[in-house]
Design a binder for this molecule. Structure first.
Ligand code: SAM
Length: 243
């Protein structure tokens, strides 16, 4: 049965939630070169759904996702699922990365902050679309691995810092885009404060282990507008937000 017959929300409930933070995965290995698989991923998983921002599709087609995952899962890099990256963390499903990027509506002159560097993949995608990316990761080992992957793949406009992203990155604020890739129980106030006028904040909000909502927040003339996008399931944001 074709997936296109279902409403987008139903597809997401059926497909994304069970897969979102899988710790054990058994997708079939794929055929073709990495660049062929990547082109197929863009068509089948993104363009065939609701990713229609050409720049986002192009960036997703350019970033070598297999270079951001551990060797033992590299052959699954272009499957329609998240993957384990070690230390209990995941790289998000390609569709979720593309959706969050599209919601952030990046422009070439803009500056972005990501909270939850993980593998560095989302930062790499953003790096193709904005002038500068700042990314914070609470697990030092992941911050180091991600920095290396970003440098080795030529994403030189990304700066990674080890720390708790709850407080944002005060010295570099304000940001046109803030993206949080771990689920917070509430929206951290410092991130709202560090959003530029006209800025967009994309983040999952909700309980640990339960269904969370992907939220898009826009700041316009000091006013905050919040929009619920879809139900998702992310690993929890840790650190100060839990105190
Ligand atoms: N964006 C990542 C990528 O492209 O691979 C995926 C991120 S993974 C789903 C969430 C990440 O958020 C984990 O690496 C986790 O350690 C990190 N994290 C959780 N709480 C954090 C916090 N308070 N500050 C910074 N990073 C945090």
């Amino acid at each position: 049965m074709s997936m296109e017959r279902f409403s987008p929300k139903l597809i997401l409930l059926l497909v994304l939630i069970p897969l979102a933070c899988a710790s054990s995965i058994h997708p079939p290995p794929e055929a073709g070169t990495y660049s062929e698989r990547r082109a197929e991923m863009v068509q089948r998983q993104l363009a065939a759904r609701d990713i229609d921002n050409r720049d986002v599709l192009q960036a997703m087609g350019e970033v070598p996702r297999h270079r951001f995952v551990p060797a033992n899962v590299q052959r699954y890099a272009y499957t329609d699922s998240p993957l384990p990256i070690g230390l209990g963390q995941t790289i998000s499903q390609p569709y979720i990365v593309a959706l969050m990027t599209q919601l952030a509506d990046p422009k070439p002159e803009e500056r972005a902050l990501e909270v939850g560097t993980g593998s560095g993949y989302q930062a790499a995608v953003l790096s193709k679309l904005v002038q500068k990316v700042f990314s914070i990761e609470i697990i030092e080992e992941l911050a180091e691995t991600a920095s290396t992957s970003l440098r080795e793949t030529g994403c030189l406009n990304v700066t990674v810092r080890h720390g708790d992203g709850y407080a944002g990155w005060e010295e570099e604020a304000p940001f046109d885009i803030i993206m949080v890739t771990a689920a917070a129980p509430v929206v951290p106030q410092p991130l709202i404060d560090q959003l530029a006028d006209g800025g967009r904040l994309v983040l999952p909000v909700g309980p640990v282990g339960g269904v969370q909502e992907l939220i898009l927040i826009r700041k316009q003339k000091g006013k905050i507008r919040e929009e619920k996008i879809i139900p998702v399931r992310f690993v929890p944001m840790t650190g100060k937000v839990r105190e």
